[in-house]
Design a protein around this ligand. Structure first.
Ligand code: UDP
Length: 324
């Protein structure tokens, strides 16, 4: 049995990956500073350590006190707008924090890491579907920190033999099918939870950002990938470390517009969604969806959730019974 350190394991995608790894027979140590993560989201079978990427001493202690075989790193900050207003916070936590983590790993002979990267490293798409060869030209500090981390991994591979896979997610969505854990951000900015809150009556409406995009219905198209499919891809990536180094897109390859999300949610919930059409949000490309052929081929991965209604259904169960 292997022991995996999940940095940021109390967050949305981290907590689902922790659960999946435990279900697959791994031992898991979760480290999280609980700034955005939820202690309740951490599976009781995992060992929890309160630690921050910028606290080298507490990182050091984790590797001293536990025999770690590999690390999955989710502990980056991820709010695009905030990264523009306060880039220092992002360069400290995401870039310097990751360098600290790699230092602690390498000092203890741990050379394996799977990292949450993002399609935001591509920037404005030059073509779709986006494959891994698409030029990387991020348009905000958040995307730049993730790209820098990918580049650091390549340098550390050459110099220190680091084994690394960076998974570039498209739009993570949905919740554990058993309703045990789910998505809970403060403030919430993501489309699907906001639509469900509007349907529930917890917010007045959903604001649709722009209806004049060059897409069939005028609203933006994104690739929504279920969080449990992301979790299984992380486990497969861990198992692939050593025979593959590099980056892989994680998406379904299917594009869904904002209007299509709202209609699908109305069908799932059986209630109308109050909405308002407003101006475009700055920095939103018209369409983003993945070419996921490499992830399928390299990892032997196949997303289980293909239909957007099935993804929304899991989010709806969580929205009605959420525990945190
Ligand atoms: N969106 C929207 N209203 C909202 C939140 C999001 O119309 O209140 C749109 C947004 O413009 C984008 C899509 O929904 O086209 C997905 O946005 P989200 O913030 O969930 O993810 P992003 O694609 O920005 O990572």
């Amino acid at each position: 049995m292997k022991t995996i350190l999940v940095m940021g394991g109390a967050g949305y995608i981290g907590s689902h990956t922790v659960k999946h790894l435990l279900d697959q027979g791994y031992q898991v140590v979760v480290a999280d500073n609980l700034i955005y993560g939820h202690r309740e989201a951490v599976d009781a079978r995992a060992t929890f350590v309160h630690a921050d990427l910028l606290d080298s001493y507490s990182l050091e202690q984790i590797f001293k006190n536990h025999t770690i075989d590999a690390v999955v790193h989710f502990a980056a900050f991820a709010a695009v707008g905030e990264s523009v207003e306060n880039p220092e916070r992002y360069y400290f936590n995401n870039v310097i924090g990751t360098v600290n983590l790699l230092h602690a790993m390498l000092s203890h002979g741990v050379k394996k890491i799977v990292f949450s990267s993002t399609c935001a490293t591509y920037g404005e798409p030059q073509y779709t579907p986006i494959d891994e060869k698409h030029p990387q030209s991020p348009i905000n500090p958040y995307g730049r920190t993730k790209l820098m981390i990918e580049q650091i991994f390549a340098d550390y591979e050459r110099a220190y033999g680091l084994q690394h896979i960076a998974l570039r997610y498209f739009n993570a969505a949905g919740c554990a099918a058993d309703g045990s854990i789910g998505e809970s951000h403060t403030p919430e900015t993501h489309l699907i939870p906001l639509v469900l809150k509007a349907i529930k009556g917890e917010r007045a409406d959903i604001k649709v950002f722009g209806t004049d995009y060059d897409t069939p219905d005028g609203t933006c198209i994104r690739d929504y990938i279920h969080v449990e499919d992301l979790a299984s891809a992380h486990r497969l990536a861990l198992e692939k470390l050593g025979s593959y180094n590099g980056c892989l897109n994680l998406g379904t390859g299917i594009g869904t517009s904002v209007k299509e999300i709202i209609s699908a949610a109305e069908e799932v919930c059986g209630k109308p969604c109050p909405l308002q059409y407003v101006e475009r949000r700055a920095g939103d490309p018209a369409r983003l969806f993945a070419d996921n052929a490499s992830a399928k081929q390299v990892l032997g991965w196949e997303p289980k959730y293909i239909h957007i209604k099935d993804i929304i259904q899991t989010a709806w169960v969580w929205e009605q019974h959420k525990k945190y």
